[in-house]
Design a protein around this ligand. Sequence first.
Ligand code: ZN
Length: 262
Amino acid sequence: MRSQPSAELSKHPGSSGNVTAGDGASLETALHAERAQRKKDLATSLRIFGKLGFSHGAIGHMTARDPVRPELFWVNPYRRAFATIMPEDLLLADARGSVVEGSGILNGPAYLIHARIHEARPDVVSAAHAHSPAGVAWSSTGRLLDPISQDSCALFERQAIYREFGGIIDNDAEATAVAEHLGEQPFLILQNHGILTAAPTVRAAFWWFVNMDRSCRVQLLAESSRHGPVLIPQAIARRTASVALDLGFADECFEALADEWT
Ligand SMILES: [Zn+2]
């Protein structure tokens, strides 16, 4: 595993927990504090997802890489409503699908997809995937999202698409293909399936998913109008994306939604 937890801590101290390893605390103490913060942020994100209507029965999963053991990740248990998840409900899983800590059922597609992404992308602390209605509807178009609003500029030149829908992802080869299609991007459209985000903090994976879902909904609405949307020029979309993906901004949006929904 190539992840470097201490580097992650120093790069994004405010966005995944106000913890640094150089303030006199031992590295181990800092890593355990970061673990608690990531679990708290992950549970909060899932509860808000539930309240925003992103859950669909037992479907959907979000993970956070464990800073103490970076080859493992925390994930919501299968068959538990997003809106009820608390930090103590989360499962700690390994890449082979074993539950290392916590009690509950580990969803097969959850560990397959997320394990391959966390392995392939040491920069990814968190990944989110759900079958939100707008995300699924947009995914069925087989198109990338266009820069038609300030919000959707966040995805400009940062999204990928996986076109090979082959049913429920239940094998390692397909999960690996999903991770390969994501590549270095933060946004993935799974054609005829849904959407996925991957980010260097839990809060960014959360906020980017919320914004991606909103962008799907807005483009579906705009394209249903008589005139259709006008595209934002590429240079402006590119400049806007770099601001929209700021991790501090993701923190602020996470906190605003947490104030509203939890
Ligand atoms: Zn899915």
